[in-house]
Write a protein that binds this ligand. Structure first.
Ligand SMILES: Cc1cc2nc3c(=O)[nH]c(=O)nc-3n(C[C@H](O)[C@H](O)[C@H](O)COP(=O)(O)O)c2cc1C
Length: 428
C-alpha cells in the first residue's frame, strides 16, 4: 500500500459582481483539490458569500474564471469545481431570490429541525416550505449545472463534482424522504436519480472524455433509504460515466458530516495499531463505503468525514473500502496537513494526527440549542469556527476577501494490493 498524492488547501472568492477573482491561499505543490460549493444559480445560494454561476456570462467573468483556474493550478495542482444547488436548504437572504420567493425542491416538504416550536419557527422563517419544481424548473436546473461545468471546462479546470450529498437539491431528488414525485423524476430509485443522470450525460457531451465528472453522494440513511435502492442509483451513475464517487452523509436536519472530532484522538491513545472497528469509528461513512465496494469493485471511491490520523487513513485504504481519503476540518487548520504530517516520513505514526480541539457550543448558543432542539445550530458553530480559520489564512496572505466554503481537501491514494482488478487512477 502506498499514498500516491496529496492535495494542498487553496481558496478563492469573487466580489459581488464577480468581475474580479482574488486568491486567499495559493497552492504550493502539485497535488489535486476540489473547490467547494459553487452554486449553479445566483438566485439560490447556500450562503450569501458563495461563488455562483450567473445566468449571463461575460468575457470579463469568463476571464476571471480562467484566472481562478490558472492560479489554482499554477503549481501543477489539478483542480475540480464542486457544483451545487441548495434546493430547500437555501436560507433567506442567500442569493438574488426575494424574501417572498419560495425555495425549489422536488416536493413541497419543508426542513424538519424537530418537534419544538422554536425548531418549527426556525425552519419556516429561515427556509420556508419549498415550491414543488415543475418539469420546466428541473430542465432549467439541469441546464444550469451543464453551464457551470462548461464554464469550468472552458476556464481550464480539470473536472467537476456534482454535490448530491448533505441534503442539497440533487440529494433531495435521490431520497424518497424528500422526493414524492410520480413523474419522470420520482417514484422509483431510477427516476429519483434521473436528474443527475441527465446532468452527467450532458456535461460529458459538452466537455471531453478527459474531463473528470464525479459526484458527492450521501450514504444510505437507514431510516428512509433501502440499501438496494441506493446501490441501484450508484449503478446508474456508474453507467452514466462518473469517474469517481465521493461518499459523505448528513443534511441540515441531521448534520452527520459534522461529527465529533474527539473520537479519533481518544482512540489513538487506546489502540496501536488501530483495530478495524476503531478505523470505522474514525471515519463516519466507511461502513457504507464497504457496502458499495462489494457491489462495485472497480469504482474509484472517495470517503470524507472524520479522518484525523495516518493510521486511520491507511487502515481505510488497506481495507479496500476506498481509494481516496477526503479531509475537511484538519485542512482548514493546517493547509499542509497531508504533506507536512500524514505523508511526512519523519513524523511518527502516533504523532500523525490532526489533534483538533473539540468545539463546544457555549453560553446563550448552548441554551438556544437545548431549548430549540435544533442540532444544526451546533454544526453551524463548528462550520463558523473553521471558516474563521480559513479567513485567518487569507488574512495572513494579506488579501481582503470573503472566503467561500471550504473545499474538500483530499489525500489521493491507491491501495494496489487491496484492489482485486487494479484500475486506473480517476481523471483528476
Ligand atoms: C468550513 C467548512 C466548509 C465546508 N464546505 C464544504 C463545501 O463547500 N462542500 C462540501 O461538499 N463540503 C463542505 N464541508 C464539509 C466537508 O467537506 C466534510 O464533508 C466535513 O467537514 C466532514 O469532514 P471532516 O471530518 O474531514 O471535516 C465544509 C466543512 C467545513 C468545516
Amino acid at each position: 500500500m502506498f499514498l500516491k498524492e496529496a492535495l494542498p488547501l487553496s481558496s478563492v472568492s469573487q466580489n459581488a459582481t464577480q468581475s474580479r477573482t482574488r486568491f486567499a491561499v495559493r497552492p504550493e505543490t502539485a497535488q489535486p483539490h476540489v473547490e467547494g460549493n459553487v452554486q449553479v444559480s445566483d438566485d439560490y445560494l447556500g450562503a450569501p458569500q458563495d461563488i455562483d454561476v450567473p445566468a449571463q456570462n461575460t468575457d470579463e467573468l469568463q476571464a476571471a474564471w480562467r484566472e481562478w483556474a490558472t492560479e489554482c493550478q499554477a503549481s501543477g495542482t489539478p483542480t475540480i469545481v464542486q457544483l451545487n444547488h441548495p434546493g430547500r436548504q437555501s436560507p433567506a437572504g442567500a442569493g438574488k431570490k426575494s424574501f417572498f420567493t419560495k425555495n425549489l425542491a422536488p416536493s413541497p416538504i419543508g426542513l424538519n429541525f424537530g418537534p419544538g416550536i422554536l425548531a418549527k419557527v426556525a425552519s419556516k422563517v429561515l427556509f420556508g416550505t419549498p415550491k414543488e419544481m415543475t418539469v420546466q424548473d428541473i430542465k432549467l436546473v439541469i441546464d444550469q449545472f451543464v453551464e457551470g461545468a462548461k464554464r469550468s471546462y472552458d476556464a481550464g479546470f480539470k473536472g467537476v463534482e456534482l454535490h448530491a450529498a448533505h441534503g442539497y437539491l440533487l440529494a433531495q431528488f435521490h431520497s424518497p424522504a424528500t422526493n414524492r414525485r410520480t413523474d419522470e423524476f420520482g417514484g422509483s430509485a431510477h427516476k429519483r436519480v434521473e436528474i443527475s443522470l441527465r446532468i452527467i450525460r450532458r456535461i460529458r457531451a459538452v466537455t471531453s472524455p478527459n474531463f473528470s465528472i464525479s459526484i458527492k453522494f450521501n450514504s444510505a440513511d437507514a431510516a428512509t433509504d433501502k440499501t438496494e435502492d441506493v446501490l441501484e442509483q450508484i449503478r446508474l451513475l456508474v453507467d452514466a460515466g462518473i469517474d469517481f464517487l465521493e461518499i459523505s452523509g448528513g443534511t441540515y436536519e441531521n448534520p452527520l458530516m459534522m461529527g465529533d472530532d474527539g473520537v479519533a484522538k481518544q482512540d489513538m491513545s487506546e489502540d496501536k495499531p488501530m483495530k478495524a472497528s476503531t478505523i470505522k469509528r474514525e471515519s463516519f461513512f466507511l461502513e457504507f463505503a464497504q457496502t458499495v465496494r462489494k457491489s462495485f469493485p472497480g469504482l474509484v471511491l472517495m470517503v470524507t468525514g472524520g479522518f484525523r490520523t495516518r493510521t486511520g487513513m491507511e487502515g481505510a485504504l488497506q481495507s479496500g473500502a476506498c481509494d481516496i481519503v477526503g479531509v475537511g476540518r484538519p485542512a482548514a487548520v493546517y493547509p499542509d496537513f497531508p504533506t507536512k504530517i500524514i505523508l511526512n516520513e519523519n513524523v511518527k505514526d502516533e504523532d500523525a494526527n490532526a489533534n483538533l480541539p473539540r468545539i463546544e457550543v457555549e453560553g446563550a448558543e448552548k441554551w438556544i440549542v437545548k431549548i430549540s432542539g435544533v442540532t444544526a445550530l451546533g454544526a453551524g458553530k463548528t462550520t463558523r469556527v473553521y471558516q474563521e480559520h480559513i479567513g485567518s489564512m487569507a488574512a495572513i496572505k494579506a488579501f481582503s476577501c470573503s472566503i467561500s466554503s471550504l473545499m474538500t481537501l483530499t489525500i489521493h491514494s491507491r491501495c494496489e494490493e487491496a484492489k482485486p482488478n487494479g484500475q486506473e487512477s480517476p481523471r483528476i
